[in-house]
Design a protein around this ligand. Sequence first.
Ligand code: GLN
Length: 487
Amino acid sequence: MSTPVTIEGALRGLAAGEYSSVELTRHFLDVIRERNPVLNAVISTTDDIAIAQAEQADRDRQAGRGGPLAGVPILHKDIFCTEGARTSAGSKMLDNFVSPYSATAVEKLTKAGAIMVGKANMDEFAMGSSNENSFYGVVRNPWQTDRVPGGSSGGSAAAVAAGFCLAATGTDTGGSIRQPASFCGITGIKPTYGRVSRWGMIAYGSSLDQAGPMTRTAADAALMLQTMAGFDHRDSTSLDEPVPLFTEALDQPLAGLRIGLCKEYLQDGLDSGVETQVQNAIRELEGLGASLVEVSLPHTQYAVPAYYVIAPAECSANLSRFDGVRFGHRCDDPVDLEDLYTRSRSEGFGREVRQRIMVGAFALSAGYYDAYYRKAQQIRRLIKNDFISAFKTVDLIAGPVAPSTAFPLGDMTDDPVAMYLQDIFTVPSSLAGLPAMSIPAGFSDNLPVGLQLIGNYLDEGRMLNAAHQFQQRTDWHLRSPDTGEVS
Ligand code: GLN
């Protein structure tokens, strides 16, 4: 069997009868079994569900019925509720939680024929930039196993890069799809806030959380996103907007496209290897017919502080439900109710999560609300306004995803502020609710570098189009971490 590396390739192979979905699924389950002990990208495999789904996909294909993803093995980040399978959110708190229902995004992918082979590792409750905060242990970067894969969707990114599956779901609150995609050399897109339903996705920062696909190519991301997206009455922030067929816009030429270069994103603090690759990628887009326009996003420097007030504030509210009574881990032999709450939560949550709950509860408390939470919301509005005025003169904004390539494991675990500053280029568009993606744009010291594209509201199609055109001219997205060559 010649193993496909993209969804498109697998759909061709399945259609041509080169392999069945059951064979393909067994292949990926074998790869996971063999290689996961080193990378730790997967928390649990769902073999029985996967084989049953694959058998169904094969039957559907034979009957000429299959959906657009019929028979394609994927992983779900372990933050998505998946019926009949453990959903841990990377936390001891939910170590034994088997969800009775599936998230809308999962349901839509399943209905389209995708096969769930397992659940991907992640930072606990999606809090982190390195995947070192998981109760299930750190994830390693397949390009260099002493490096982090990025976070919090680091398991999804490492798994796709290492060929554990053809694609994975991720979630992005402040960069958690884009930064691990960048660190692992794959394609990842965070859609416009509200594009994909949050129903059944365990909440971190509800005004920021968005689900999206993590794939090798932009064409695969387009196919997956148009399947996952769409209005859902069960999510009150879901957008009631039509979902275009992103796959149909991929081939448009880029002539006339105006790409904004944000001067605040290309300044001191950016690793020079990253800067070189990002500049080369931007020149490539120019070569494809795009024109480059300088833009300014003057409030960029306030994005990290505002984000690290708003996200913890929302997490402190969202995580209050895990009290050992209604949801989550319960301590042994509590002496009274307060002891039950205190010990259940202290035992169930890891250090970073506890720290953020404390910060969030503090920022929301009566005496400090105006000084922190309200102030952060005001800054959020200014950041959004920066983008609104930039998008008056450009169609997309291009720049780096992260200040550096994948850093060594343990490098920043004792310095949360240094870790938070890693999010400088991803949190502004999250605060504004804009769609943004990361595409492989080269290497620096043998580690992948991502190019970030930020789009206007609901303009995922244009981003995917630019990314696809770029990928027609480059092969960074097809390099294998095992050989460094095109796979
Ligand atoms: N690194 C950011 C955080 O820790 C973003 C995480 C995310 O997008 N889920 O909050």
